[in-house]
Design a protein around this ligand. Structure first.
Ligand code: SF4
Length: 355
């Protein structure tokens, strides 16, 4: 049995940085707490707690000392509140996440309706949304756009004068017979053709008939751990509606590298192990990507979950790990595989190699 490690796997720059900032704070400050779990990895969180570094749910729950903002970042108001409370703020927001926050804010200030492509409710996404301000939308897949139709793609034929339009949109709007953000009567379906639900959101009068005239300019930013395919799907869905979004691709290279390397490795092994917290979005996405090319893919949090029978008759085992998985956890998985491999009759275990 051959064990092959993905060439990009495990803790990324942002996670390593957050962990080292916590270590530094623990060595130099008084009490240290983290705002939420520092990373989506149960073992690491438990180890920090054992050392008295506890995760608090809100700023008000911190007992003084230092408060670490994790790599996902937070709304700017949260940092202000912590400082007002007298806490020493240690900002471990990953620089890539900060870049996404800044991109969202800039687009908002330039008059775009900001759409964050990402997981609704994920802390990083909620923070990016907060940096862009009111009216920011979150979509994860094209179907989500339908629920935003009344805001993005179609406006009632009266009122709604608050829709901002870029010069480009206005230009397109002229082609659609109007510089006004309304549906033009000669191309909009008659009201009689609309159900009562459609009258409320008027989806039928949007693509492709009048979206260019009716839509505000749309700016996209992306949760750093999303896949390029997820972004492309949203861009394509917007284009179908006649909207050419301004795209700030804020997917971080660590995510891209891990996903590409994992997909390549999974296509060439019989069994794939994806190591990391089940609450880790990027680990879960790695698992989905691997499953698509290697049906025998298992998402595990610890070596104890590996079952011997998974390895029966397996020639090549691939291993990858999410961006919040420390090196030591990968090493423990390798060790367990070696132990199981050695115990399987007739197994010729070869050295661990990199993909
Ligand atoms: S995955 Fe990328 S954005 Fe997220 S913490 Fe790691 S380096 Fe930063």
């Amino acid at each position: 049995m051959q064990i092959i490690l993905s060439r990009y796997a495990g803790a990324c720059y942002g996670v390593e940085r957050a962990l080292s900032l916590v270590e530094e704070a623990a060595a130099n400050s008084g009490p240290v707490s983290t705002l939420g779990q520092l990373i989506h990895n149960p073992q690491v969180v438990a180890a920090l707690e054992a050392r008295g570094i506890r995760a608090v749910e809100g700023v008000a729950d911190a007992d003084g000392g230092a408060l670490v903002i994790r790599s996902h970042g937070v709304a700017p108001e949260v940092i202000d509140a912590a400082r007002e409370q007298g806490l020493e703020v240690i900002d471990a927001t990953c620089p890539h996440v900060s870049a996404a926050q800044q991109a969202a804010r800039e687009l908002s200030e330039q008059g775009y309706t900001v759409v964050v492509v990402g997981e609704q409710g994920h802390p990083e996404v909620e923070a990016i949304r907060a940096w862009a301000g009111d009216g920011t939308l979150v979509v994860q897949e094209p179907a989500d756009l339908e629920h935003k139709g009344d805001v993005l793609f179609c406006v009632p034929d009266s009122g709604n004068t608050g829709v901002a339009m870029s010069p480009e949109s206005r230009h397109k709007g002229e082609e659609h017979k109007g510089d006004v953000p309304f549906c033009v009567p000669d191309v909009r379906p008659a009201d009689d053709a609309l159900s009562s639900e459609h009258k409320r959101v008027r989806p039928l009068c949007a693509p492709p008939l009048c979206a260019a005239a009716a839509s505000p300019p749309v700016g996209l930013v992306v949760q750093t751990t999303q896949s390029p395919a997820a972004l492309e799907a949203i861009v394509a869905a917007l284009r179908q509606r006649g909207i050419e979004p301004q795209v700030r691709n804020t997917i971080c290279s660590a995510t891209r590298q891990r996903q590409q390397a994992a997909a390549e490795l999974a296509a060439n092994v019989n069994l794939m192990l994806v190591v990391g917290g089940r609450n880790s979005g990027n680990t879960t996405r790695l698992s989905e990507i691997c499953s698509a090319v290697c049906p025998a893919t298992y998402h595990i949090e610890s070596p104890a979950e590996i079952e011997s029978h998974w390895l029966a008759g397996v020639e090549k085992v691939g291993i990858t790990a999410g961006a919040s998985t420390p090196e030591a956890q990968i090493a423990a998985v390798v060790k367990r595989l070696e132990q199981i491999g050695a115990s399987l009759a007739g197994n010729d275990l070869s050295a661990v190699s990199l993909s």
